[in-house]
Design a protein around this ligand. Structure first.
Ligand code: AMP
Length: 204
């Protein structure tokens, strides 16, 4: 199965991709995670992306498409954070067939509230926030590393990311609706409840 998980920043794409990847044995590819890793390692690719990510802007298509092509497996996968522009979606159609696109619906107010309280483990990438709190104050439950706020989870950057999402990524909803492969999921509520809705959307 080849899936895309689509939605605004903070809609739970990463959390639910991880859950699905375990449950269905799909490879999880998050372009955001790939970029953050490259920035951390200070590679040429990371250096090219750094300023865009920091400002809440999209990395230009030609840069992100080259990294996607080199990470996309031939077999089953779940793509998280790609495509984010019509151009990226059209390119994806030239290299693979997507079976289903899950669209995570969350209100803007909920997104701002979620992202403002989100913390991430810099070592294993696990996300904590309003719904999933760390057991010990600000330490990752899995590797005991001190949790940090992502640079792009700051209030002015959150607003910019939301603007970019509405202008550039939202048109993909119609694009995939026309193809008949889009499933809407109400992504507000308890993580377990949303996970059930996502799973049902995939098997329906
Ligand atoms: P994410 O973790 O998916 O929210 O991505 C974090 C940041 O990485 C985004 O705000 C963009 O700057 C960049 N990014 C991730 N995926 C893409 C993409 N498909 N196209 C352009 N930029 C991206």
């Amino acid at each position: 199965m080849r899936l895309v998980i689509l939605g605004p920043p903070g809609s739970g794409k990463g959390t639910h991709s991880k859950i699905l990847s375990k449950k269905l044995g799909l490879k999880h590819i998050s372009t955001g995670d790939v970029i953050r890793e490259e920035i951390k390692k200070q590679t040429d690719f990371g250096k090219k992306c750094r300023e865009f990510v920091k400002k809440g802007k999209l990395v230009p298509d030609e840069i992100i498409i080259s990294i996607l092509k080199s990470t996309l497996p031939d077999d089953d996968f779940i793509l998280d954070g790609f495509p984010r522009t019509l151009n990226q979606a059209k390119m994806l159609d030239t290299i693979t067939n997507i079976d289903k696109v899950i669209f995570m619906e969350v209100s803007d107010d909920e997104i701002v509230s979620r992202l403002s309280s989100r913390l991430q483990c810099p070592r294993c990438g696990r996300i904590y926030g309003k719904d999933i709190k760390p057991r010990s104050n600000n330490l990752c439950d899995f590797c005991n590393t001190k949790l940090v706020r992502r640079n792009d989870d700051k209030p002015n950057v959150i607003k910019q990311r939301l603007r970019v999402y509405h202008k550039t990524t939202e048109p993909l909803i119609k694009y995939y609706e026309k193809k008949g492969i889009l499933k809407h999921v109400n992504a507000q509520g308890d993580v377990a409840e949303v996970a059930t809705r996502v799973y049902n959307a995939i098997i329906s």
